[in-house]
Design a protein. Sequence first.
Length: 582
Amino acid sequence: MTPLLSVRDLRVGFGRDPRANEVVRGVSFDLADGETLAIVGESGSGKSVTALSINRLIDFGGGRITGGSIALKRANAAVLDLASAREPQLTGIRGAEIGMIFQEPMTSLNPVLTIGTQIEESFRLHRGLTGRQATAAARDALDRVRIPDAARRLKYTPNQLSGGMLQRVMIAIALACNPRLLIADEPTTALDVTVQAQIMALLAELKRETGMSVIFITHDIGLVAGIADRVMVMQNGQAVEQGELNQILDHPSHPYTQHLLHAVPHFANGRAARADGQRDKDAGTKPALEVDGLVVRFPLKSGFFSHATGAVHAVDGVDFDLMPGETLAIVGESGSGKSTTAKAVLGLVRSTRGSFSVGAAAASAARSARPVQMVFQNPYASLNPRLTIESILAEPVIATGGRVNAETQARMASLLERVGLPRTSLARYPHEFSGGQRQRLCIARALMLNPSVVVLDEAVSALDVSVQAMVLDLLVDLQREFGLAYLFISHDMAVVERIAHRIAVIYAGQIVEIGDAASVLSKPKHSYTKKLIAAVPTIDRRREHFELDTRQIPSLVRPPGFEPAPARWEQFGRDHMARVEA
């Protein structure tokens, strides 16, 4: 049978001489009707360029197809070579026969247009619908992707919806005209693990309903196991291995495929949790960080006189301690309060009440103490592109009243060497480094003041799996060498298992379970912890990977004067307790 899509010797280049600057070099594959092909690889492997070339969107990104063919079997059984098709033909195919879901919905949707207007555009362009017919079709499209109260949400603008909801809107737009091929380019990378599971379940269910073919671009082997029929592994612009899912996962033949499988942090339900931490509080060791009754609320006001109408209870009575040399991971979904907790400890947001102490120095929760430093999620946005690495590393010293002297220079060179970068890096600029190297530079900058506590806010979530593994190993080595205490903010339970000694699960602004990492992950007690663990992707094909659940995190908006009921806790073992559920 003729495949739906047949790609042969595809070559794509950039720049004035694209043949001399090829980033995709001789890629070939077939995609059958109703089949899902996962294209796996790290940043720079050419997987996204390959996907964008199929519907010729690469033409608008400075790329050019320099060779090969892309044969698409159309609905009337005619075969069209997309590589040489003219733009009017491609306009009729994009959206109608080939749908596309991009990685970041906020940059893919127009921020000033309503959701309804943007969905209706596809129906107007490809089906000729107008007025109430287009609006009804848009409402049906939202119902199709399981967005509740679709009629009302059509009037929303993108900033009024969560990341998971926005990605569902992108899926609704991509599937508006029932395309026979859907290309999903890292559609869940920026989403929390539970939202990611919902998007994957939705895609699987829609595929069963429509019979469409799917090309799924990802670097997460766990996601591949949950949705793919076949896998193609890309490295340096070439397909180095492809075959059936079970063959690739169980018997990878190429060294790069083996490397990717080894680098992915596989979740082991607590069996892989670290056992080198020491909670020696009873022996007289003071905690590196103690947080007591931390509350962060953002007031809501309206009317001419700005009357208080309520408040967002972002953090509501959080308590924990962190010992020297220990990693406490705070896990939860977006909007749960985990990042706000970290920012309050650093003094980046003003707390409503509560206190914390860093080492022996007490501080109010409204301002930070010097021994706490932070490593942010995005290394690209964390470094000033106009400054050299020497100036970037000197910033914390100068900001705290120090001078750039011989001692400072020696510490810079020593830290660079310790994070695996040469001393010659001091004269270079951030753009001259890869993503993993930039995150290493952020870690070196955080260590310039010899802090006792380092806050890592999703510090490895933007990195490729192999780079992520190297940075995690580096963090563990630095912790052992300098006795650092880490407050590790994450939604990735597999990464948390690999680095954390203890885990605090936060839900709707409150900690609902806390304790030893192995105990929390292997024997979760709170229903929310169980939900987070059940959503973790796995390469175990025996497990039902994703189940569709449209329930949302409850609103954190409370009326004026509202105070939550006092927490009641149940103890499970020496270092594991969970909040009693109502």
